[in-house]
Ligand binder design. Structure first.
Ligand code: AMP
Length: 568
């Protein structure tokens, strides 16, 4: 029976090992000693999770609750615990610090905690629900924390309880370690991981059944898999070239990804991050029951909201409020009713379709999804080799308020969790903004006498204020800098140091990598790597992009950003 403190030792060694190769070797060596029965829990714990990714259980211990727990168990005042937390920034470290300053020692020699016991304790905490559950959860955790033999062990129990183990192994490292520990090909481990959403189970199968066992793993209803992801391409042409001349183009809906699992009347809906959203989206469940004719199926889809008055898609933020909703589902549903656009099928009547080419999966999809007016119908698609025809579809998609097009390789299999060029996205102008120049900086050296770097701002549509998003200094030729200086000089309203404030009459189109929240500018956000695309002489100052538009892009972008610990 493995003791938790042995695992603590591994966490500590991982923390001290910056090299990915050494981490992999360390974990491989360790897990090859672990008995097969303990393997799933230990592998999962090592990645910093308590339960596998497909599993919806959470301990549900809030930060405030953890502060109470640490205080009660170490006999330090809550104020002191909070003080410690302010400087450590991590509840685990605070637990360690408070344990070291424990006011009262226990009278008995505590019995070492085993990994299995800890897992069962967390499962018990996860089960506690309803009235008084917070207190119940606290009691259970206190029971096991009392048996921590060292402050460091207490730190890891606390960090794991809130799934915030910073020295845990990244998934990629763990996949390689599993492959090495069982001498199986890493691609098979990765595939098994993507299909099971369970690294612990993957490790167990690798150990007990080897490569053959891993290869035999397939998807099953009610067990979500990571969705296949798309790469960006710049144009329809590029998409066609990637796909060998012909592609399936589909409308890229601006909604939320939903993976739909159906077994008889039972329907479950999973987010891109495999969270179970079934209870939040009752109408979608209804549509699936009505529309999907197969007995068992796994579908990939986008769910969208349509404004009934205008027939146009409603911005993604409003859909988000639906996905996060646990209470008042019916009210939210009345406000933003959702529609469904299935675009792929992964499993049908007892069989995995992952290995079929898209062309055939799409055919199956059309036969099993019975369109229900606008509420549920397969994503609009067009198979073509004709760039002009696809371009027309792109224009139509944007005009009707969608994000652009997806381009898909008709011969491609469905590869869960892979972001590749078998499925690409062609978006409109998501990554540029039209912004006003509000100040500029005088250059020096060769560029003395020129304005060389420009603060750009969007317009707050409510107050009429300009909100700064960043400083653009690249993308200009010398000629452009000279022309820009001439253009801005008459607009200067004041100067301080090297900075000249200008009235916001010059609009530039700015490209950037990402929008980040940032305390530097008065907008609260900053563009990452902003650069000039062109000066927009054709736009008037009222056409500067609004802060609402910036927020819209920011929110869309949030969906593409990985969680900590997730593969990029
Ligand atoms: P990404 O998430 O960056 O891979 O971008 C692709 C996203 O576009 C998918 O995750 C879906 O949520 C969404 N999407 C909208 N319409 C479609 C479609 N017809 N096919 C595939 N994905 C779509």
């Amino acid at each position: 029976m493995m003791l938790f403190k042995e695992l603590v030792d591994v966490y500590e060694r991982l923390k001290a090992t910056p090299s990915r190769l050494e981490k992999t070797a360390l974990i491989a060596g360790f897990i090859s000693q672990v008995p097969a029965d303990d393997l799933p829990v230990i592998v999962t714990f090592l990645t910093g999770r308590i339960f596998p990714e497909w599993d919806q259980r959470k301990t549900g211990i809030a930060g405030q609750s953890m502060i109470k727990i640490i205080s009660s168990i170490t006999h330090n005042s809550e104020a002191l615990v909070v003080e410690s937390y302010k400087h450590t920034g991590q509840l685990g470290l605070t637990a360690e610090e408070m344990f070291a300053k424990r006011k009262q020692q226990t009278f008995f020699e505590p019995e070492d905690v085993t990994v299995k016991e800890l897992y069962e304790t967390f499962a018990q905490i996860a089960r506690a629900s309803g009235a008084g559950s917070a207190t119940k959860k606290q009691k259970i955790l206190i029971g096991i924390l009392n048996r921590a033999t060292t402050p460091v062990e207490a730190r890891y129990i606390v960090s794991l309880a809130i799934e915030n183990v910073l020295s845990g192994a990244k998934e990629g490292v763990m996949e390689e370690a599993i492959a090495r520990a069982s001498a199986v090909p890493p691609e098979l481990v990765r595939r098994a991981h993507m299909l099971t959403s369970d690294l612990g189970e993957t490790a167990r199968i690798a150990r007990l059944q080897g490569a053959e066992g891993l290869a035999a793993i397939t998807i099953q209803p009610m067990r979500p898999v990571r969705p296949m992801l798309a790469q960006n391409v710049a144009s329809i042409r590029e998409a066609l070239d990637e796909m060998g001349g012909t592609a399936e183009f589909e409308v890229k809906y601006d909604g939320a990804r939903l993976q739909i699992h159906k077994r008889g009347d039972e329907v479950r809906l999973y987010s891109r991050r495999l969270e179970d959203l079934t209870d939040a989206l009752p109408e979608i469940v209804g549509y699936v029951r009505q529309s999907v004719t197969s007995d068992t199926a796994i579908l990939d889809s986008e769910c969208i909201a349509i404004d009934r008055a205008t027939g146009r898609p409603i911005p993604f933020q409003n859909i988000l409020t639906r996905l996060r909703r646990i209470y008042k589902v019916e009210e939210a549903r009345a406000q933003f009713p959702l529609n469904l656009r299935p675009f792929d099928v992964l499993y049908h009547n007892g069989q995995s379709l992952l290995e079929l080419p898209l062309r055939e999966r799409r055919r199956v999809l059309e036969t099993i999804v019975t369109p229900l007016n606008g509420e549920c119908k397969p994503a609009e698609g067009l198979i073509t080799a004709d760039e002009a025809q696809a371009q027309e579809m792109f224009g139509a998609s944007i005009r009707s308020g969608n994000e652009g097009l997806m381009g898909k390789d008709l011969n491609a299999t469905y590869t869960p969790g892979v972001r590749g060029k078998k499925m690409v996205k062609i978006k409109s102008v998501l990554d540029t903004l039209d912004l006003a120049i509000v100040s500029a900086e005088w250059g020096h050296g060769r560029k003395a006498g020129w304005l060389t770097s420009f603060e750009v701002a969007c317009l707050d549509e409510h107050s009429g204020d300009y909100l700064v998003l960043g400083r653009v200094a690249s993308g200009f030729s010398d000629e452009e800098l000279i022309a820009m200086t001439e253009r801005l000089k008459p607009l200067i309203t004041g100067e301080h140091g090297r900075i000249a404030d200008v009235s916001p009459d010059v609009i530039v189109e700015v490209k950037f990598e990402e929008i980040q929240s940032s305390p530097i500018y008065n907008s609260g956000y900053a563009l990452r790597f902003p650069r000039l695309v062109r000066v927009r002489e054709d736009l008037s100052p009222e056409e500067v992009n609004t802060f609402a538009r910036v927020m819209n892009i920011y929110n869309i972008q949030q969906r593409y950003v990985s969680k900590p610990g997730e593969q990029p």
